[in-house]
Design a protein around this ligand. Sequence first.
Ligand code: KG4
Ligand code: ZN
Length: 330
Amino acid sequence: MTILGIETSCDETAAAIVQDGHILIKQSLATSLDQHKITGGIVPEVAARAQVEYIIPVLQEVLSRTAPGKIDAIAVTVGPGLIGSLLVGVETAKTLAYAWSKPLIPINHMLGHIYGAWLSHDDMDAHWPKLALLVSGGHSELILMQSHQDIKKVGWTLDDAAGEAFDKVAKLLSLEYPGGPNLSKLAESGDPKAVDFPLPLNQKDNFNFSFSGLKTAVLNYTRQYPELSQAQKADIAASFQQTVVTSLINKTKLAAAHFGAQEVILGGGVAANKLLRTELVEKLAPLSCRIPEMAYTTDNAAVIAAAAFYQNYPQDPLTVQADLSLELAN
Ligand code: KG4
Ligand code: ZN
């Protein structure tokens, strides 16, 4: 089954054609990131206008090799995300589905992040239940999958998402947007033991996260030492990063044991973080961890098309709507 996926939930405009949920035929991606660097964060109106500008060229590129007649269905991210951005992809997908008489499959963005694992590994269909650690700019969640059809959120953040915390702390250290990748780069030259930041929400009776207190601890530290050298900033970055990664791993380990997970999946933009990728595998061993290829960590349309193969619930194009705060349904 050949699916055309469309993803426009934030500042990436992406389209991809994926076969049978795991073979990438072609993808195209444009981003308005450079415009958001100027403002130090995403301005939703700017992101939405860029979506309008990029959507047709991105679609033309992926359709250059596959004629519409060869496409069996269209999948589109319907939420969560920025409403102006989401609308561009959703209305485009509805129009194509209607014009080409193809089924339209609405996909939850966070579900898409899970299916990066299916694009990255060949043998994903064994080992249930699976536990997914999804960490992005807007979400930090633990998702228990008994099967493709039985998916339940078992842990979440009480305040900031992991990526959001990376971005905010990067700002405190005067790093350019997007903070996550820049902060982790700076952290490479720092000492993760230099600053003793408290491990957030470290109780063993829940699977939730909290990163806002940690962000405040970094803020207080930078206020205490306003004239920080580059080496001191690197120490702060490394210590902060280590605290976030340890917190994510502790809760994942706890939930995996509690629910008897047979393997762990990592997904979302923060899955690009090198320390998280290596420590998750090390600390959860012998439990197997499915780490997505770098290309499938941050937002892209291949994971949306892959998800639609397994979550194949088409809906009448005329009734599909963007939903900025869409939750993962069970
Ligand atoms: O999934 P994503 O592309 O967009 C959302 O759905 O939010 O995730 C973007 C988030 C941003 O907060 C970004 O700073 C973070 O992922 N991120 C990272 C790294 N690369 C991206 N955080 C930490 N380390 C990284 N290497
Ligand atoms: Zn995302």
